[in-house]
Design a binder for this molecule. Structure first.
Ligand code: MFK
Length: 632
């Protein structure tokens, strides 16, 4: 039997008994005596009055619970301890511990209230007057206050801890998001809007908006939307945006058009794209025709600003969040980008909201795992608790490794974002931020769905039940690979970042990977894993050379595998970097080893197998349309 690393010791498991001893000595499973006591108590209930037990539904299963999510998250605390300067950690650590308690005691119950009381649309009042009011519950309104009071946006712009403020803010958002009833969506978009305004140099006419978006005063705090999707679709923004902006004599614009998905439609302000009409009514098509506008949703009296709310969307998940179809019927707007530079201007927002998306993904994974872990010591099957079944522990360990890699990828992207915002980023950092943002968004989103699905299975049938609150983990995760850019759109964005930098983004990737792995090379336990990453980097380099020769078509076919390869390799790099840190535990080393055992360069195997041969696309089409009734 190979020695397994466990906590700070190495154990050799020769039998299941030894395995259970390990769990017991860590206090993981209740001792046999306690278990028997529980069982006897249950037997007592059912034998004394078996009919009552059946008909009244006497408690037969302890439910899974999460305590203070900060204190239960070893990786988050380990990451902050090893990355933040000691002084910053000393300030951030108590704040997060306090906030973790708030999440448990107040935010989590509020989040459940948001789920049970979803928003609804009051379109007409009793007298037939059109009011278009999105009615939200008290808990949703309280989430807005908490977001302000806790500085969930402000923290990142006050920069009390310089570049580390981003990490502090994202750590708070990470604790907040899975309990927040998806109020993290307006928080993300508000953060993105503040970022756009800041990147424009905070012009005078946006000073109030910026101050409110980044306020800690609940009475002043505004949230922002991000309206990009129209009826023709959300990915091809340049091809799908039909909203027209007519310039008015005072220099403002009147917007007319239909916004098909608007998340958090109850926001105070929004950023949106439109095409400026020339005097003859003509507009320029394509990306160059798009400009960015700032819109206040209501006037001082609370009347909607030329906006009709057509209906709220019926969604698979995120039902706590009001997503609406809006008709802009002359909404007054201010142009905030140069004419035709709308997409470039809103790109700053996309970077921030995509990082938030990744934070939400990893936070969802963490919540699912914490619940499944707790359940594993409460649920008994086949005469022992789930944690005593090696296969169940293996499944949980796989989930844990995935979540750890995804977490480090996300935090690294947030770290570089913080560097960029405080003018500390090198050219290599800037290239890495551009490259990693889509990679990390697409990878973590896909993993979040997979982990949520796996976690539900850990609860058996209970995982499929709405009233356990578990099914929502999966429903809500499914939005993550869709909004803010689908997996394929972001895979193509990765290629775009390489093309725009003329390959320098990939050079930066290789350089950063080598540098970060350096400390792991000197550690006996980590060296073999570091060599595996080296080998994957070598294969990736070869593939990149080949792809450059084969051209655009091959690159597009391979784009998704390429993005996943970058994520796998860089996840390995970051896990090794973390495990090589002086504060790291043997659990950190084991997580890195486990991650590196998977195929770190899936693009190489796919290439060797002929996946990107010239005839591959036509063969794919034959496969997909096999049996399709061709109308010709
Ligand atoms: C809890 C967390 C929740 C998060 C909030 C959820 C809110 C949900 C609301 C939504 O889902 S809103 C809809 C989201 N929609 C998308 O994400 C759109 C997906 N499509 C894309 O991402 C396209 O790639 C994109 C529209 C950005 C680009 O399309 P184009 O028209 O082909 O633009 P092009 O020519 O590539 O780029 C134009 C300029 O922008 C270029 O600058 P230059 O003109 O200076 O060269 C690009 O470099 C720049 N640019 C584009 N993408 C960029 C970027 N710059 C930086 N980063 C990027 N990602």
């Amino acid at each position: 039997m190979p020695p397994y690393m466990f906590a700070n010791r190495a154990f050799c498991f020769s039998s299941c008994n030894a395995w259970c001893r390990v769990l017991r000595c860590r206090g993981i499973v209740a001792c046999a005596k306690m278990r028997n006591q529980r069982r006897n108590a249950a037997d007592f209930c059912t034998t004394r009055n078996p009919r009552r037990a059946c008909s009244d539904g006497i408690l037969f299963q302890e439910q899974p619970q999460i305590g203070n999510p900060y204190l239960e998250d070893a990786l988050l605390r380990g990451y902050l301890k090893s990355h933040l300067p000691a002084q910053v950690f000393a300030e951030v650590n108590p704040d997060l511990e306090r906030f973790g308690a708030l999440v448990k005691d107040e935010i989590d119950p509020l989040g459940r209230e948001c789920e049970s009381q979803p928003p609804w649309l009051l379109q007409f009042d009793a007298w037939g007057r059109r009011v278009d009011e999105i009615v939200t519950c008290a808990a949703w309104k309280r989430m807005k206050e908490i977001s302000a009071e806790e500085g969930l946006v402000a923290e990142a712009y006050e920069r009390k801890h310089s570049n580390w403020s981003r990490i502090h803010q994202m750590a708070k958002v990470y604790l907040f998001t899975p309990a927040s009833g998806f109020f993290s969506c307006p928080v993300a978009m508000t953060d993105g809007a503040a970022k756009v305004i800041e990147s424009l140099g905070i012009p005078k006419y946006l000073e109030e908006a910026y101050a409110r978006l980044t306020s800690r005063d609940a009475g002043r705090f505004w949230t922002s939307g991000q309206w990009m999707t129209e009826r023709k679709g959300g990915s091809d923004v340049a091809g799908g945006t039909e909203t027209v902006a007519q310039e008015l004599p005072d220099g403002t614009y009147a917007l007319r058009g239909f916004k098909w998905f608007t998340s958090a439609a109850d926001s105070d302000v929004t950023l949106t794209l439109a095409r400026i009409a020339a005097a003859n009514g003509q507009v320029e098509e394509g990306t160059r025709g798009l400009s960015l506008f700032y819109v206040k949703l209501r006037d001082e009296e609370g009347n909607l600003n030329g906006i009709q709310i057509q209906r709220l969307k019926e969604k698979l998940g995120t039902r706590q969040l009001p997503t609406a179809e809006l008709y802009l019927d002359g909404a007054t707007a201010q142009r905030i980008s140069k004419e035709g530079r709308g997409v470039a201007a809103i790109a700053a927002m996309l970077t921030v909201t995509r990082v938030h998306n990744a934070v939400t993904a990893v936070a969802g994974m963490r919540r699912a795992i914490l619940l499944a872990r707790d359940y594993a010591v409460k649920r008994e099957a086949f005469g022992k608790c789930l944690a005593e079944h090696p296969l169940h522990m293996r499944t949980l360990a796989r989930m844990e490794v995935e979540a750890r890699g995804a977490f480090l990828l996300t935090m690294e992207t947030a770290r570089i974002l913080g560097m960029q915002e405080t003018q500390k980023a090198t050219e290599e950092d800037r290239l890495m931020l551009r490259l990693l943002t889509p990679v990390v968004k697409l990878y973590t989103a896909k993993q979040a769905v997979a982990i949520a699905s796996e976690a539900l299975e850990c609860f058996g049938g209970q995982g499929f039940m709405e009233d356990t609150g578990l099914a929502i983990l999966l429903r809500d995760a499914q939005v993550l690979p869709i909004w803010e850019g689908t997996t394929n759109v972001l895979s193509l964005d990765v290629l775009r970042s390489l093309a725009k930098s003329r390959g320098k983004a990939l050079d930066a990737f290789f350089a950063a990977a080598q540098a970060k792995m350096e400390p792991a090379l000197g550690v006996t336990e980590l060296e073999p894993s570091a060599q595996m990453v080296h080998e994957a980097l070598r294969k990736l380099r070869n593939f990149a050379r080949e792809m450059a020769l084969k051209g655009e078509f091959t690159a597009q076919m391979a784009a998704r595998d390429f993005a996943f390869t970058l994520a796998r390799i860089y996840g390995g790099v970051l896990l090794l970097e973390h495990a090589a840190h002086c504060d790291a535990t043997t659990v950190d080393a084991y997580a890195a080893q486990r991650w590196c055992r998977q195929d770190l360069c899936p693009i190489d195997a796919a290439n060797e197998g002929g996946s990107y041969a010239m005839n591959a696309v036509s063969r794919d089409a034959d496969l997909v349309f096999d049996g399709w009734p061709d109308p010709r």
